[in-house]
Design a protein around this ligand. Sequence first.
Ligand code: GDP
Ligand code: MN
Length: 379
Amino acid sequence: MKIHEYQARRLFEEAGIPVARAETAKTPAEAEAAAARIGTAVAVKAQVHVGGRGKAGGVKLAGGPKEAAAAAEKILGMTIKGSVVRQVLVMEKVNIAREVYLGLVFDRDRRGHGLIVSAAGGVDIEEVAAKTPEKIHREFIHPLAGLSGFQARKAAFSLGIPKPAALETAKTLMALYGLFQKTDATLAEINPYVIRPDGTTVAIDAKMNFDDNALFRHRAIESLRDMQEEEPLEIEAKSADLAYVHLGGDIGIIGNGAGLVMTTLDVVTACGGKPANFLDIGGSSSPEKVRRALEIVLKEKGLKVIFLNVFGGITRCDDVATGLVQAIRSLAPKIPIVIRMTGTNVELGMNILKESGLNLKTHPTMQAAAAEAARLSGT
Ligand code: GDP
Ligand code: MN
């Protein structure tokens, strides 16, 4: 789960990380009032769940309240990488001597948490990593010992900043790690962390992502979720207790069990098809669940065919067939549905399909069905 900068900034503040003064605003008038209260020049920043707002025109500096209102007027309503700006953060303008990058991430190669810092802050860190990897300093964090003060200082001093600033930065890294660890975050990033001309330091951006599977033990964090930033079909699927991921192709995929659905995606892709989604109806599927699944997948735009792949175990093929027939009757889909169904109660299931009079064709193997789905999608 992602959160907004203004929310991450508040978590940073609570964790003892120095942050620039800021207030949110939903209208130009609110931005003007916020800038007046802050009382300095400000940066007006789009609050959306995507990076690179600066480059996209979503961050504007303003000399005072009137200029802040004008900046907010321009930024509010803007679409940045598909997200509509509904709110801005009005932040005290900070004088910058140096911009550095501080981040805590998953180090998948080493199967643990990693600390990344770079003297090349403010810009896209992926680009720095690709073009000038020598500008990135990494520390692997021992899963039991956690980030040590020594590692934090080593990383901070690698930035080539004055000693007091480096010591402050090391303190920030320890606080950031504490927060990252405590909240089951998957990413905590400050880009840029600023060294002011007087040598003091402050965070002027804030980003955190969290592990969805750990949110049940962080209700306060979960309440920060912004539904308007989430994939609408994923929300709908979640409320129906279905695991759904939007992928963007034109073949809708429905299966039972995450492993089978993943395999189906692979086989369809190997046949030259492009899966539109991942949808797992789970183990104990009722006809109702199958109906909901079809309803959700049919909302994918540009869909050319649906591939239903069921291997009945606990899931019974007659339940799946019943749900499918109900769904087709009520939704009357205009695209073909390719079915491969085997396992528990398969004969009963096949009978239900046959007796429905809907002319539903089934395929004996996943391979044959996947090839047919790819063919029908036009690849
Ligand atoms: P991002 O592009 O979405 O990562 O947004 P940031 O909040 O990181 O802002 C992008 C850039 O705008 C920063 O790297 C700074 O160069 C600039 N910027 C943002 N806030 C301030 C500020 O308070 N003072 C100054 N001088 N520049 C700022
Ligand atoms: Mn940034």
